[in-house]
Design a protein around this ligand. Structure first.
Ligand code: SF4
Length: 363
């Protein structure tokens, strides 16, 4: 790196670290300062807002205070602690990784980004974040916030998520590691992206690195990064059957191979095939789980929508009484009283349906 570039880098890193010292948010994982807490927080923060994560993180650390406790926990308990956060494979991967850490790394997270990436659910970003924040190693960590900040600081045109720009940004982040504290510096970049260099209307007037920012100088701050427009969500329809027998409700545990909600309990549901009528999908669903039931009405009791990844599902919810069901095939099926449902790991859209069981037609 030539003299002028190095000088700019030094000025930029030092201005950012001073700002971070003063402006960083008080967050529970920052107070704890241990590698396990850093790892759990980083996994929870994937696709999820800080404000949502904070109570989950605090409950999680009380329930599974160490890597050993997480490794030994019942998987259903782990999924229960995660319920409502979505993307449940994150919870399953946390536990699988905890078991591997106990068996292969004497119960300690490896202080090495390459080894960290060998653990389930830990990609390049998360490995860099844990290595730098927990072990203060000079590893870059480019998440969405950092990507935006670096793209703007250097005024980079083009889609930063594709090559060659993607590698260029990781290289810029890596060059910036040449500073006193990689952990604080990476967090400072993330915090700047979260609080000041926000996606819409960046608050350049409050920015500690304004004078080093190429995008601002070129009046491009709001146009960068040049990310492609998100495609519209794909619409899908599902039928859900609230199936009752003697005041208890049929729930099934989704198999480990399920595309969504593997290992969680749900009310029986099935996606409508192309051109299929809801009644035909219900018949198919009941046959699949070895249950027999008569619908209370051919009209849905309620309907609601929910997103999963790139899909937007519309659920049509039907009520069925006097249900007979065997302990079904690939699913683990059971009847549970409404109070018992509270203790099962149900994904958020199905948990909301527990309230429907108390409504006039459901009661
Ligand atoms: Fe982002 Fe504006 Fe700061 Fe540039 S000056 S890094 S665009 S907040």
């Amino acid at each position: 790196m030539v003299g002028a570039a190095r000088k700019r880098q030094r000025a930029l890193t030092s201005a950012l670290l001073v700002w971070y010292d003063e402006h960083q948010r008080e967050l529970p994982w920052r107070r704890l300062r241990n590698p396990y807490a850093t790892w759990v927080s980083e996994i929870m923060l994937q696709q999820t807002q800080v404000a949502t994560v904070v109570p989950y993180f605090e409950r999680w650390m009380q329930r599974f205070p160490t890597i050993h406790a997480l490794a030994k926990a019942n998987t259903h308990e782990v999924l229960s602690a995660w319920q409502g956060l979505g993307y449940y494979s994150r919870a399953r991967n946390l536990q699988r990784s905890a078991q591997l850490i106990c068996s292969e790394h004497s119960g300690r997270l490896p202080a090495n980004a390459e080894l960290l990436q060998k653990l389930p659910g830990i990609g390049r970003y998360t490995a860099g974040a844990i290595a730098s924040i927990a072990f203060n190693l000079p590893e870059p960590a480019v998440d969405g916030n950092v990507l935006r900040v670096l793209t703007r600081l250097d005024g980079l045109r083009g889609d930063p998520r594709v090559e060659p720009l993607s590698s260029q940004i990781w290289q810029i982040a890596s060059d910036l590691m040449d500073c006193v504290s990689p952990g604080s510096f990476n967090q400072a970049l993330m915090e700047l992206g979260a609080l000041v260099c926000v996606p819409e209307k960046p608050r350049c007037g409050q920015c500690p690195v304004l004078k080093h920012c190429v995008a601002k100088q070129l009046d491009l701050a709001e146009q960068l990064p040049e990310l492609p427009k998100r495609p519209k969500p794909v619409a899908r329809r599902v039928v859900v059957v609230l199936a009752e027998r003697q005041g208890k409700w049929l729930v099934v545990q989704q198999p480990d191979s399920a595309r969504h909600w593997a290992g969680l309990f749900t009310f029986p549901y099935a996606e409508l095939l192309s051109g299929e009528k809801p009644q035909d999908a219900i018949a198919r669903l009941l046959a699949q789980i070895d249950a027999q039931a008569t619908l209370d009405s051919t009209d849905p009791l309620t309907r609601f929508t929910y997103p999963i990844t790139r899909f937007r599902f519309q659920a049509l919810v039907y009520l069925a009484r006097g249900v007979r069901a065997k302990q079904a095939t690939q699913f683990r099926a059971k009847f549970a009283a409404p109070e018992a449902l509270a203790n099962l790991a149900l994904p958020a859209p199905h948990r909301r349906l527990v309230g429907v069981l108390h409504s006039p037609r459901g009661a």
